[in-house]
Design a protein around this ligand. Structure first.
Ligand SMILES: Cc1cc2nc3c(=O)[nH]c(=O)nc-3n(C[C@H](O)[C@H](O)[C@H](O)COP(=O)(O)OP(=O)(O)OC[C@H]3O[C@@H](n4cnc5c(N)ncnc54)[C@H](O)[C@@H]3O)c2cc1C
Length: 328
């Protein structure tokens, strides 16, 4: 599949990038590693006049940790950098696990954290060639007015299929965003809109600069488990991230559980913290939390797997993650 025609713009600073994006409006698309944008261009899912290539922006690079300010991950940190970082592995195992699980080595070397957090949502009716889509008359998300997943509905169920967001949700991460009106911080749990067509809360001209994880979330036990067709490369069909702190007496002092790839947004399961914190391990408690996880998961037929199987795997992965982490 060939690429459409476009102009590549290479800003020299974040301020210039933001100005270019604000001036061009919907005619511009940001490109970082390009591992999502390029296939989408080839399939004509997007056809911008301008690609704003942010790879040269030094401010968006780097991974740093200190015990007062916590972890800062530049938006251009690659998934391979994050997976290989000693600070991440030591202090944030759920994040290291998620980074290691993304796609294959090629995508991890090219793909960036910012691109991962701003991915397009995915659906079996959407991620197809233009020829394939046109033969069906399009869908709500692109060139049509019907949802093939839930016919009659006006909602797009395309799925959030990134691995890093659930892990970062368990660590109470925030985004640093730059835009035409200056800088702001956005808690990650307010960033996703749970709408397949309007996925993230970035305003026109805005750019993710970095991700911040508070020091209080460091050194928690962590696990990321992922269901996919081929372990060597595929997007998640379900992702379960857990971070927890357990004291010397075996009592859970903090717990966060988040899910990916089973809704149009990555989702925290707030009932998990409510049920786990202050408690000791018991198989009944684990089962209750696993039940809360499947109540949050709403997978539909948007991928090459059935909703029932994906929900079952969410339950199993939640149970296994909690058992392993509690006993670690
Ligand atoms: C075969 C294959 C398998 C894959 N498997 C997985 C997988 O298992 N798990 C997974 O999570 N992903 C997967 N991906 C998707 C992708 O490789 C990764 O998510 C990667 O991290 C995307 O980063 P990127 O820099 O390449 O993003 P890009 O393609 O450059 O950008 C992705 C989106 O983010 C926007 N964007 C990029 N950077 C910024 C920024 N700083 N601020 C605002 N917007 C920004 C772009 O405009 C675009 O909409 C897969 C891709 C392929 C091709």
């Amino acid at each position: 599949m060939t690429l459409p025609a476009f102009r590549v713009l290479r800003p020299a600073s974040v301020e210039q990038a933001v100005r270019l994006l604000a001036d061009a409006g919907p005619e511009a698309t940001v490109i970082a590693g390009g591992t999502d944008v390029v296939p989408n261009l080839q399939m004509r899912l997007v056809a911008p006049r301008f690609l704003v290539d942010i790879k040269g922006l030094e401010e968006l690079r780097g991974i740093g940790f200190d015990e007062r300010d916590g972890l800062r991950l530049g938006a251009l940190a690659t998934l391979a950098d994050i997976a290989a970082s000693a600070a991440v592995e030591r202090g944030f195992p759920v994040l290291a696990g998620a980074a290691q699980s993304v796609a294959g080595p090629l995508q991890r070397n090219m793909g960036t954290l910012g691109g991962n957090l701003c991915l397009e949502t995915r659906c079996v009716w959407y991620n197809q060639s233009e020829f394939w889509r046109v033969s069906l008359g399009g869908c709500l998300k692109k060139d049509g007015d019907v949802c093939h997943v839930a016919p009659g509905g006006r909602r797009c169920w395309a799925v959030w299929s990134g691995d890093m967001a659930p892990a970062l949700l368990t660590l109470e991460a925030e985004l640093e965003v730059a835009g035409p009106r200056g800088r702001r911080r956005v808690p990650l749990d307010k960033f996703y809109r749970n709408d397949g067509m309007d996925r993230i809360a970035l305003e026109a001209g805005e750019l993710v600069v970095a991700v911040r994880v508070p020091a209080a979330a460091a050194f928690r036990r962590g696990s990321y488990r992922k269901l996919r067709v081929r372990d060597s490369i595929d997007y998640p069909l379900a992702g379960v991230a857990v971070a927890m702190a357990v004291d010397a007496a075996g009592i859970c002092r903090a717990a966060r559980l988040a899910l990916g790839a089973v809704n149009p947004a990555p989702r925290l399961v707030p009932a998990a913290a409510e049920r786990l914190e202050g408690k000791r391990y018991s198989p009944e408690l684990i089962e209750e939390v696993a039940y809360e996880a499947i109540r949050t998961a709403k997978p539909l037929t948007t991928s090459a797997s059935t909703p029932v199987y994906r929900r079952d795997m969410v339950r199993l992965y939640t149970r296994r993650a909690l058992e392993d982490l509690w006993r670690a």
